[in-house]
Design a protein around this ligand. Structure first.
Ligand code: NAD
Length: 447
């Protein structure tokens, strides 16, 4: 039987890619980019997908991929080779790459392996890992963190990995909720009777929350959104969902993020949520405050008021705590009252192919901005560079990070609309807090 035309077409296209890859000769100054297998448990994403590799190779970069790095996201070594990458061992990549692209915060082994004049780009979690930033900067490693992309700047939007990953997580949250919930989400009118639609509330209507609202609506649920930022009402309602009004007004801080609530506001908020939540079948929480522990919005007392079979998906869950009492990052548990809690702080990792594909585009955009001609060149007057470059050439350059590390502001530091530069948080656990509030001599000198 002749091969189906679609397969023939694919084959020709992949042959063309091989030719492209073979003819792309990196210039002597080509940027060497390395991608390692992610080591965090449950992490299935990879920093570059084959499509992004092809783009980088076409632009004259050299890309090294650790063997098997894309496997959990369904990207084979062969697909990377076809796109023009070379498959190498971890040790070889660490030795030969100028830039290491990662998804999650480097583990201790990787931190120790990075050397002077190398750069690492990823979701480095800098506000919660100032110790790591200080250590890498001290050793001359350039740190580039997606958390500091100035998100409201339109030319930086292609670099916004917080948004691309939040969007994947929000979508996945609604899908997981539908899967875990033992009833229909939509209204079902059948010969055997009618099922009423499930009631879903999404607490925190940022990027993840809005995507969760849109997805739950598509699945037929009756959806309500809740947030403390004034702008969120309109966004929730534009998706056809109801809005649960918060009596906590003006909850926005710099850059459009939520601010930390006062104790009085927390109590008011807790009361209004306690009163409202018992009516819902599914609660999806996404509330985060950059650099701080996420606020607990669904208390143990509230959980007792929920019907058996209800589901809470906690996208806020992390090592710093979560939005739902008792939820544990990466774990699914069931309360005595029969409520399922899903700790989904990294739920984008469970949509690995799509999440990686979007993330890889963010990585390519960052490299295009920092290294348009081959080598990395940081422009201290560029607002994007001021944000994403946390430390460079032995000096912590990001203004927010300097504040966390208690370093004086640089003379020409310009404000960027990145997460707030609060002092180290009192609510962060000791393990993640800076080991010392006094920077070591090398960093201080660099300041
Ligand atoms: P986030 O992940 O930091 O937080 C998620 C949501 O939780 C936010 O909407 C926040 O207001 C909410 N929240 C925090 N504490 C809360 C509490 N106690 N009670 C209820 N809700 C609470 O936020 P995000 O999704 O990254 O978005 C942050 C902001 O950045 C939003 O205003 C978003 O619209 C904006 N943004 C703008 C752009 C752009 O202009 N291109 C891109 C991305 C995000």
């Amino acid at each position: 039987m002749p091969a189906a035309p679609v397969l023939g077409g694919e084959f020709i296209r992949s042959e063309q890619r091989i030719v492209m890859a073979a003819t792309a000769t990196p210039s002597p100054s080509a940027l060497r980019v390395g991608v390692l297998t992610e080591t965090e448990e449950g992490e299935h994403r990879v920093a570059l997908d084959p499509g992004a590799v092809a783009k980088l190779v076409k632009a004259g970069r050299t890309v090294h991929i650790e063997s098997g790095a894309g496997e959990a996201a369904s990207f084979t070594d062969e697909a990377y080779t076809t796109a023009g990458a070379t498959i190498q061992t971890r040790a070889s990549i660490l030795k030969h790459s100028q830039v290491i692209a990662v998804v999650r915060t480097p583990d201790d082994k990787l931190v120790a392996a990075l050397t002077k004049d190398q750069a690492v780009v990823g979701l480095l979690n800098p506000l919660n890992r100032p110790d790591m930033i200080r250590e890498l900067t001290k050793r001359g490693v350039t740190t580039i963190a997606f958390e500091f992309v100035p998100r409201t700047l339109s030319r930086a939007q292609s670099m916004d990995a917080l948004s691309s990953q939040s969007s994947a997580a929000g979508y996945r949250a609604a899908i997981v909720a539908a899967y875990v919930f033992g009833r229909y989400l939509p209204m079902m009118i059948t010969a055997s009777g009618t099922a009423t639609p499930a009631k879903v509330i999404v607490i925190g209507a940022g990027v993840a929350g809005l995507q969760a609202i849109a997805t739950a609506r598509r699945l037929g649920a009756v959806v309500t959104g809740y947030d403390i930022r004034d702008a969120s009402r309109q966004e929730v309602e534009s998706l056809g969902a109801k809005f649960l009004t918060s009596s906590v007004a003006k909850g926005s801080a710099a850059g459009g993020y939520a601010r930390v609530m006062t104790d009085n506001e927390k109590a008011t908020q807790q009361k209004e949520l306690d009163d409202a939540l018992a009516d819902f079948d599914v609660i999806i929480t996404t509330a985060k405050v950059p650099g701080h522990a996420p606020p607990e919005l669904v208390s143990a007392a509230t959980l007792k008021t929920l019907r058996a079979g209800s589901v809470c998906i906690d996208l806020g869950s992390s090592s710093l705590g979560g939005n739902v009492a008792g939820s544990a990052e990466g774990k699914t548990t069931v309360t005595k009252g029969g409520v399922t809690l899903v700790g989904g702080g990294e739920l984008a990792a469970d949509l690995p192919a799509s999440a990686s594909q979007m993330y890889a585009r963010n990585v390519v955009a960052v490299l295009d901005s920092l290294a348009p001609e081959g080598e990395i060149v940081i422009d201290p007057t560029d607002e994007v560079h001021q944000g994403i470059v946390v430390g460079h050439d032995g000096e912590v350059t990001n203004a927010a990070m300097r504040k966390v590390l208690k370093l004086d502001a640089l003379p020409d530091a310009t404000k960027v609309s990145a997460p707030t530069a609060d002092a180290p948080k009192a609510d962060a656990p000791a393990s993640n807090a800076p080991t010392s509030s006094v920077p070591d001599d090398t960093t201080k000198k660099a300041a």
